[in-house]
Write a protein that binds this ligand. Structure first.
Ligand SMILES: NC(=O)c1ccc[n+]([C@@H]2O[C@H](COP(=O)([O-])OP(=O)(O)OC[C@H]3O[C@@H](n4cnc5c(N)ncnc54)[C@H](O)[C@@H]3O)[C@@H](O)[C@H]2O)c1
Length: 412
């Protein structure tokens, strides 16, 4: 088989394993036809301005870079004259909790990004083997492992993006809030280290309950005097990924084109999919709205129950987190067309933090977009009001946790 054909197969399999589309074909991708990439989708959110049917696994530039790395003799611009030249792999990413159910597949997906030069994997145990395994993949980034608190500072120095999936996952019957007592301390400690060693990094919080762990991170960063609201994100991408998938299934739409904004928070009724804002425009019966909304809100529980005690969503979460990392890296790299829903400091509502679509740029959040909240249906408007007390309480719980610890430390 010619090397180009082998390359074709490799790329195709990449997409088949990680793209959204069940309809993606694992073979037959022809590099000489730009159109063939249009049939795949993945780690790139739809533009907020218009639907991009050209969305691709790693985004426009990364996609070109990935091709170039597999077919070095052919410049991407020759094949895709309208695409930007790929940039060098320059970004440094750390995953804290990298040996876990989310951390491992997330590390694999990030290892595939041609934008990443260094991938640092940190955990309190079992991370050496994960890094050794991953380091054998012949993609550009160098993988290093770091075990335990004594190696955390070295892991973090110079990082551009820090992703935090460390903590315990839910078991059947537990809510995300039940995780608070354990994960609050873990997130606090890790964010303190981020503040000390790479205060300019984008911080992606995955550890639940995100509605409280993000405010915890904010308080820690404030205490350290390095809080930049543009660079701290609660990762809610999985809610968007689920909403897109469930709506596409229900309405028999092409997965690649569906874009449903999800706002509010990241637990139960605080997750509010704005189905009326689905693109392409579709109509739903009242019963469909209720069924889809409840399914999207309970997507995590669906997985927790199916895993029956063996953890919560890991593979779909890794996929969603990798998409958010890729979006952040594209924004850092100067792409001016990067939009994602995430849980950030916000003035869209009376709550200090709120998940909504934001525009990402080199310095983090460039704009928190209000457009999705205009012209809500009666159902959505009521659901928005209903979620506020619970989200407010979760936010306050996070803030109080850090402030109480600080007060106790001060009184000793
Ligand atoms: N944001 C979301 O959409 C979303 C979705 C699913 C799960 N989660 C959350 O992600 C977290 C991780 O889930 P998982 O399934 O990967 O769990 P897991 O138990 O499989 O992995 C967690 C990892 O964190 C590590 N860890 C524990 N304490 C640590 C510390 N102090 N420093 C560094 N690492 C530490 C563990 O050793 C383990 O490897 C959970 O809190 C879960 O609820 C979030």
């Amino acid at each position: 088989m010619a090397s180009a054909a082998i390359t074709t197969m490799s790329i195709s399999l990449v997409y088949a394993q990680t793209g959204l589309g069940a309809k993606s074909k694992p073979v037959g991708l022809n590099f000489s036809s730009p159109k063939s990439f249009k049939s795949f989708s993945g780690l790139k959110a739809a533009s907020s301005i218009e639907i991009e049917s050209e969305t691709s696994f790693l985004g426009k530039e990364s996609n070109a870079a990935l091709q170039a790395s597999f077919v070095p003799n052919i410049k991407p611009r020759q094949r895709f004259p309208n695409q930007l030249q790929p940039r060098a792999s320059t970004y440094k990413v750390a995953i804290l909790g990298a040996a876990g159910g989310i951390g491992q597949p997330l590390a694999l997906l990030i290892k595939m990004s041609p934008l990443v030069s260094d991938l640092h994997l940190y955990d309190i145990a079992n991370v050496k083997g994960v890094a050794a395994d991953l380091s054998h993949c012949n993609t550009p980034s160098q993988v290093l492992d770091f075990t335990g608190p004594s190696e955390l500072a070295n892991c973090l120095k110079g990082m551009d993006v820090v992703v935090i999936p460390a903590g315990v996952p839910r078991k059947p019957g537990m809510t995300r809030d039940d995780l608070f007592n354990i994960n609050a301390n873990i997130v606090k400690t890790l964010v303190e280290a981020v503040a000390d060693n790479c205060p300019d990094a984008f911080i992606h919080i995955i550890s639940n309950p995100v509605n409280s762990t993000v405010p915890i991170a904010v308080e820690v960063l404030k205490q350290k005097g390095v809080y930049d609201p543009k660079k701290l994100f609660g990762v809610t991408t999985l809610d968007v990924v689920r909403a897109n998938t469930f709506v596409a299934e229900k309405k028999n739409l092409k997965l690649i084109d569906v874009d449903v904004p999800v706002v509010g928070g990241h637990a139960g009724i605080t997750i509010l999919p704005l189905l009326s804002k689905t693109r392409p425009s579709v109509t739903f019966t009242d019963a469909e709205v209720e069924e889809l909304t409840v399914r999207i809100q309970n997507g995590g529980t669906e997985v927790v129950e199916a895993k029956a005690g063996a953890g919560s969503a890991t593979l779909s979460m890794a996929y969603a987190a990798a998409r958010f990392v890729e979006s952040s890296l594209r924004a850092l790299d100067g792409d001016g067309d990067v939009y994602e829903c995430c849980f950030v400091q916000s003035e869209l509502t009376e709550l200090p933090f709120f998940a909504s679509r934001v525009k990402l740029g080199k310095k983090g959040v460039e704009a928190v977009l209000s457009a999705d909240l205009q012209g809500l249906t009666e159902y959505e408007a009521k659901a928005l009001e209903a979620l506020k007390p619970e989200l407010k309480a979760s936010i306050e719980k996070g803030v109080a946790f850090v402030q109480k610890q600080a007060a106790e430390a001060a009184s000793v």
